[in-house]
Design a protein. Structure first.
Length: 392
């Protein structure tokens, strides 16, 4: 709690109600996507397994987006594939016509990110991939429960990956959906340590109970308790379960925890979609575009379940603005600040700009219209103050 005010988190927090018995019999993936997915600890593990199932030969390349968080690119690199980057437009889109000239005899697949839940023109891109005899991998790590019209994202490509822990209050959770029966990726075999799952859940429950900024400290006795628990878990498991942007084969082989499955199977998809859409629409009404604050997606097409409300911040420092929002009790999220070291940034001007200027506002399912008003008012005020500070 900051100054007695509720802190608005960028991700949904776990509440005790989320741990009650499951509501969905068939599982969230079966119900929403029509087929079961392989559930992994991280989305990166799902991607690694998916790309490995292509059985690449030396010199094969995969088209990958120049704007990314880095770990998805590293997962592709780990399979031995050569990377072929493509730039995005400033609204984060890419078309089949943009991709077509990049495909050559060595191209085996295209990795397509549906940024922040907004669909790429995936039907046309799938048609291009089919015509060229290559695989389409949909990266739906931002797009759980999001659809193009009525068809869920992740059901167009040959493979799709998810990171459901970004949209739902889960201690862990990624997934691989296989739509092409010729591909049979290896399943993750290692179950996560129960103590780690419990530790993560307790941390999330405490954060929610105390309504803390996730970067703030817990009250001292709880902080000590958490620190000693963390030390004992770290001694046993090292960094294997860290949600930082590292990746290795050990992490890729981890399955999703049973506790995450339970929480997922309590999730009412229709509520998550409805509330995220309502919150996005409220922000669209409350935020007026200015030179400094540009709305990247000013329309919310039918079927979209937004992960965030992405803005392009111009003329003031994105990072300074994020810091000010945080101090005022509003969490926000930066995606892609550290582009993969193999990217020749200067040849990808839009990705470079997006990496420096995109700031995402929260719209998750625990927030309501009043929270959106607070976010909009706080943003306006902090931009004004930054401009004022810069002028002096
Ligand atoms: C677009 C994208 N793809 C893949 C990943 C990997 O997901 P995870 O963190 O669950 O491994 C992330 C997030 O880190 C992401 O943002």
């Amino acid at each position: 709690m900051i100054g007695g005010k509720r802190f608005i988190t960028e991700f949904p927090l776990l509440g005790p109600g989320d741990l009650l018995p499951p509501r969905i019999k068939g599982g969230l993936f079966k119900t929403f996507y029509g087929r079961e997915a392989t559930l992994s600890y991280f989305g990166r593990g799902a991607l690694w397994a998916g790309v490995n199932s292509l059985k690449l030969s030396a010199g094969d390349n995969i088209l990958v987006p120049a704007y990314h968080c880095g770990v998805e690119i590293e997962a592709v690199t780990m399979t031995g594939a050569e990377l072929r980057y493509y730039d995005l437009k400033k609204d984060l889109s890419i078309t089949a016509a943009d991709l077509s000239p990049l495909i050559d005899a060595g191209t085996r697949a295209v990795l397509l990110i549906h940024y922040f839940g907004f669909p790429q023109p995936v039907e046309k891109i799938k048609a291009l991939c089919s015509a060229k005899g290559i695989i389409l991998i949909e990266d739906c790590c931002h797009a759980l429960l999001s659809s193009l019209g009525e068809k869920p994202l992740g059901t167009f490509g040959d493979l799709a990956i998810y990171s459901q822990r970004k949209s739902l209050p889960l201690p862990d959770g990624g997934a691989l959906l296989v739509n092409n029966s010729a591909l049979s990726p290896k399943l993750p075999t290692e179950k996560p340590e129960f103590s780690v799952t419990v530790k993560k859940c307790l941390g999330m429950l405490l954060r929610a109970a105390f309504n803390l900024d996730p970067r703030n400290e817990l009250p001292i006795p709880l902080e000590r308790l958490a620190a000693s628990f963390n030390r004992s878990v770290a001694r046993k498991s090292g960094a294997r379960y860290s949600t930082g942007l590292e990746i290795n084969q050990e992490r890729c082989n981890l399955a999703m925890s049973e506790l995450s499955r339970r929480i997922m199977e309590r999730t009412l998809a229709s509520v998550v979609i409805r509330v995220r859409r309502e919150n996005y629409s409220t922000l669209l009404k409350e935020l007026t575009e200015t030179t400094e604050v540009q709305i990247i997606r000013p329309r919310l097409p039918q079927g979209v379940c937004p992960l965030f409300f992405p803005l392009l911040i111009e003329g003031v420092s994105r990072d300074a603005l994020q810091e000010r929002l945080l101090k005022s009790g509003v969490g926000s999220y930066v995606f892609g600040a550290d582009l993969h070291p193999t990217l020749p940034r200067n040849r990808f001007p839009n990705a470079k700009t997006l990496s420096r200027k995109v700031l995402c506002l929260p719209v998750h399912q625990e927030l309501r219209a009043g929270d959106m008003s607070i976010i909009a008012t706080t943003l306006r005020r902090e931009v004004k103050e930054l401009l004022h500070a810069d002028a002096h």
